[in-house]
Design a protein around this ligand. Structure first.
Ligand code: BES
Ligand code: MN
Ligand code: ZN
Length: 497
């Protein structure tokens, strides 16, 4: 999709489809009012007859509106002006593109960014309009043999602004919105690919491609021998049952000065999680191709940040492995020495995410990070606790947690904090090693984070458990691209300070 911004009066736009809002009850937005004036009250007469009330979700497509230059006019319900918050704005935008797409117009000009959204600037409205529209139109068709593309399909959306003054401040919002949308799309595409296509080697190849696309992004891929030399036995214990070699992908983006400490993102990249010898039940096991969504979100965040050219230093680490049962697989009870020197008794080979993350977290020490954030589809318990609406957040540094929570609010990609108290650590005790890799039935998300916290003592760290938010199940099964919007918002704020 092509996006543009422009200012100008609605009645003068030569567009295949204009989009304007109507508030409840039948209150015209300024754009709709201008069209009403130009058309000799055509719109208010229609509304008075009861064709549309202005509730969110409603829309009305009009042809041949007199006195205006556009081929069509789509009126979109925007609810009560006073209730217009982020969520409603998102709904209204998404609803409008769904309708526009059905008209057959190849191009549209939308006045919806002119809506007043509680506490939000034009910059926010433009950046998010692009992102929401892209999210709404996303389709994953790489593996469909026949793609039936309608001859006429929507190709360009112009976001209309009330005046030239907004135009200036919105140039950067537009390009940031596009960069964010592209990052989210990359995350979703990688995650949606099946595990026979999206292997650790595939992720490594895609990382190299990303490095070519963005000269400011440096990519280095460590192979198993290099990881062995570093002592990453915990990470390697997960892939030892797989026929596919493990990779550790390292992205480096230098957007700020050399003295600026980087933010490090660490993403769980299990390209398929069978559970290993502690094998999973077969129902819905296909969804474990999504067990690399943490890694995919690091790709997406790196792409978005590089696309925006944010003045921040960013390191992305994605350990990529496949968790399989086989004659060479780890057995319950096996003990490994992690890169940190701490020993781990693997009581359940299905608790593999923490085993790859812990070595990647230790590896991140060398970057002297300002903060380390790991992102992982780590625990089914997180889905039980928070469902699909909030990402689980745990941290050893409350100010960092607060910033991430705030970023999630602004980006419409929310997280919810869970406690990381010492009391929980007892659950990880092992009679044979320094720790076990599971903590029993209670508080599974917290004990998983407790395990990781033993490898993050030297820096400020937060953990995002995206088991519930990274994809949706059911008939429209699809990766969501979360928490890329949260991460990018956090990084945007981070470099403003
Ligand atoms: N990748 C899974 C977590 C998961 C399960 C995410 C279902 C989304 C949906 C993870 O590797 C896992 O298997 N975790 C175990 C941990 C347990 C063995 C302590 C779990 O949650 O059951
Ligand atoms: Mn598992
Ligand atoms: Zn897993």
């Amino acid at each position: 999709m092509e996006y543009a911004i422009k200012s100008g009066s609605p009645e003068k736009q030569r567009s295949a489809c204009l989009v304007a809002g109507v508030h409840e009850s039948r209150k015209l937005t300024p754009a709709a009012r201008a069209l009403d004036n130009a058309s000799d009250r055509f719109l208010s007469n229609l509304l008075r007859r009861g064709d549309m009330d202005g509730k969110v979700g409603q829309s009305l497509l009009l042809h041949n509106v007199p006195g205006i230059f556009a081929d069509r006019l789509l009126l979109v319900g925007c609810g009560k002006q006073a209730d217009l918050d982020d969520r409603k704005y998102r709904k209204i935008i998404a609803n409008s593109v769904k309708q526009v797409k059905q008209t057959g117009a190849t191009e549209a000009a939308s006045f919806l960014p002119g809506l007043e959204v509680k506490g939000r600037t034009f910059h926010w409205k433009i950046q998010n309009a692009v992102h929401f529209i892209d999210q709404e139109l996303y389709q994953f068709k790489e593996f469909k043999s026949k793609t039936i593309e309608p001859k006429k399909s929507l190709r360009k959306i112009t976001l209309m602004l009330p005046s030239r003054r907004e135009l200036l401040q919105c140039e950067s919002a537009l390009s940031r919105g596009i960069a964010l949308a592209e990052g989210v799309k990359l995350t979703r595409d990688l995650a949606n690919r099946p595990a026979n296509a999206c292997t650790p080697v595939h992720l490594a190849d895609q990382a190299v491609e990303l490095g070519k696309q963005f000269p400011a992004v440096d990519v280095n891929v460590l192979d198993e021998d290099e990881m062995k030399d570093l002592g990453m036995n915990s990470l390697l214990s997960v892939s030892q049952g797989s026929a596919l070699p493990a990779k550790l992908i390292v992205f480096r983006y230098q957007g700020a000065g050399d003295d600026d400490k980087p933010v490090v993102l660490v993403g769980k990249g299990v390209t398929f999680d069978t559970g290993g010898i502690s094998i999973k039940p077969s129902s819905a096991m296909d969804e474990m191709k999504f067990d690399m969504c943490g890694a995919a979100s690091v790709f997406g965040a790196v792409a978005a940040v590089a696309g925006m050219g944010l003045p921040v230093n960013l390191v992305g680490l994605t350990p990529a492995v496949e968790n399989m049962p086989s004659g060479t697989a780890t057995k319950p009870g096996d003990i490994f020495t992690s890169m940190s020197g701490q020993t781990i008794e693997v009581l359940n080979t299905d608790a593999e995410g923490r085993l790859i993350l812990c070595d990647a977290l230790t590896y991140s020490e060398q970057f002297e990070p300002a903060a380390v954030i790991d992102i992982a589809t780590l625990t089914g318990a997180c889905v039980v606790a928070l469902g699909k609406h909030a990402t689980g957040l745990l941290s050893n540094h409350d100010p960092l947690a607060a910033e991430l929570l705030k970023a999630g609010e602004i980006a419409g990609d929310r997280a919810w904090q869970l406690p990381l108290w010492e009391e929980y650590e007892k659950q990880l005790e092992s009679p044979f090693a320094d720790m076990a890799n599971i903590g029993g039935r209670e508080a599974g998300t917290i004990t998983a984070a407790c395990f990781l916290s033993k490898f993050t003592r030297k820096f400020h760290w937060a953990h995002l458990d995206i088991a519930g938010t990274a994809w949706v199940s059911g008939k429209n099964k699809c990766a969501t691209g979360r928490p890329v919007p949260l991460l990018v918002q956090y990084l945007t704020r981070h470099c403003e300070k």
